[in-house]
Design a protein around this ligand. Structure first.
Ligand code: UGA
Length: 449
């Protein structure tokens, strides 16, 4: 290892923590991570990621084998043995939409205790998604109290949000659009700028700002992407009422306007996952607490909730009362490439189908285990696509897995009782499918009935 490189400490081993750790380790940095979960620590130390993420296993096992990365159960050790410590612990939603900062606070306490025992200069970097003010009003006083040291003088402090996506987390770690450094003190900003400039060979723009703004940038980023999705879903609903209109062409054309950009304009059954819904709710709760009603953001959430129900209403319009109808749901994960079903639109869809009396069969290439925990025996979870659609009155495409994309109309015709497809992710050619069977799709005008 290059002796001039700082040693990196990472508290937390979720997507952000482990990808950050593996990213640094793969560039020759010594990295020490910590978790409170012994099973997770053992897995990481044997080179096995505790969750699936493309490419992670290879890089992690290499980093562990080279001695560049290890995981400890002792948070204080992470600080004592590193020069820069990143806090990447989770910030889950509370009942009222605000976020639970207890893990961030507990991390700050342990970091403070460790810094009390350390003489060398150390920088603490908050990477967890936290509401504005957390770094300066919670993390800073907690560390100061327990260490007896002052931020900006005895130790450095910064907020450095993360923008990686599940499923392409490592790609995003190595290829970010920009790095945001919210520095409490100039020295921390200088050190982090140098660190990232060397990591990205100076090719990634770096925005230096204060911690409050950096914290808000993360929320604003996710809120804007969520708004884009709710916007295109709104246009999709209008398209359906226009003869021959197609939201895909609308998205393609408006996406060519560089002021809009083509990304995150895929109409569908709405957004899910562990970030957009949680972060929107947290930003709304924060904003209200500060005396401002962010109605635009509230509406984006409402549009999203209604969008899942769109697919159920579409089935009912065609099939009549759903009671006793057999509905096949293809795709349960919140997006392809993951088994994650947190806040997945499929949950709202399945619950609504059950509420209206349908018999639900479902298939997902990765998420069946998680689906079983959520739905129990209320849903028939199938081993294959064909098992799922066999004998059904309607098939809904809810997640755009590649293995659904090549299915031909004849496959549905041969296996379904009533070959009726609702394409909630726009994976099929409407002309071809409409010429062969009953077909509806999000944002497609000229309903077949
Ligand atoms: C999102 C952001 O994209 C990341 O930049 C951010 O770092 C992350 O949240 C986070 O805060 O940790 P992620 O939730 O992993 O990443 O997934 P996305 O790829 O953004 O998809 C989120 C949801 O939006 C999925 O349900 C997806 O199906 C939906 N979506 C996405 C659409 O419905 N239409 C689109 O055009 C794009």
């Amino acid at each position: 290892m290059n002796r001039s490189l700082p040693v990196i400490g990472v508290v937390g081993t979720g997507y952000v923590g482990l990808c950050t750790a593996v990213g640094f380790a793969s560039r020759g940095f010594k990295v020490i991570t910590s978790t409170s979960d012994k099973l997770k620590a053992d897995l990481i130390n044997s080179g096995e990621p505790p969750f699936y993420e493309p490419g992670l296993k290879e890089l992690l096992s290499e980093a562990v084998a080279l001695g560049n990365l290890r995981c400890t159960l002792d948070r204080e050790e992470t600080v004592l043995e590193s020069d820069i410590t990143f806090i990447t612990v989770g910030t889950p939603s509370l009942q009222d939409g605000s976020i639970d900062l207890s893990l961030v606070e507990a991390s700050a306490r342990d970091i403070g205790k460790a810094l009390a025992r350390k003489n060398k200069y150390h920088i603490v970097v908050v990477k967890s998604t936290v509401i504005p003010g957390t770094t300066v009003n919670l993390v800073k006083p907690t560390i100061e109290e327990l260490s007896g040291k002052r931020a900006g003088i005895d130790f450095g402090l910064a907020m450095n949000p993360e923008f990686l996506r599940e499923g392409s987390a490592l790609y995003d770690t190595f290829n970010p659009d920009r790095v945001v450094i919210g520095e409490f003190d100039k020295r921390s900003g200088d050190v982090l700028e140098e660190l990232y400039n060397s990591f990205y060979s100076g090719k990634v723009p770096i925005i230096r700002t204060n911690p409050f703004t950096a914290e808000l940038i993360k929320y604003a980023n996710n809120a804007f992407l969520a708004l884009k999705i709710s916007f295109i879903n709104t246009i999709a609903n209008i398209c359906e009422r226009v003869p021959d209109a197609d939201v895909r062409d609308v998205a393609k054309a408006i996406g060519m306007d560089r002021r809009i950009s083509p990304l995150f304009l895929n109409a569908g059954v709405g957004f899910g996952g562990s970030c957009f819904p949680k972060d929107l709710k947290a930003l709304i709760a924060y904003s209200k607490k500060e005396g401002y009603e962010p109605t635009l953001l509230e509406e984006a959430l409402r549009v999203n909730e209604r969008q899942a129900i769109w697919i159920v209403d579409t089935a009912e319009r065609k099939l009549g009362n759903l009671s006793g109808k057999v509905v096949a749901v293809l795709g349960l994960a919140f997006k392809p490439g993951t088994d994650d079903m947190r806040e997945a639109p499929s949950i709202r869809i399945v619950k609504e189908l059950l509420r209206r009396g349908a018999y639900v069969k479902a298939y997902d290439p990765a998420a069946i285990g998680n689906a079983r925990k959520i739905f129990g025996d209320k849903v028939k979870l199938c081993e294959s696509i064909v098992d799922c659609i066999r004998g059904s009155d309607c098939c809904m495409i809810v997640t755009e897995w590649d293995e659904f994309k090549d299915l031909a109309p004849s496959f549905f015709k041969e296996n379904m009782r009533r070959p009726f497809i609702i394409d909630g992710r726009r994976i099929y050619d409407p002309k071809l499918f409409r010429s062969e069977l009953e077909f509806e799709a999000v944002g497609l005008g000229g309903r077949s009935t």
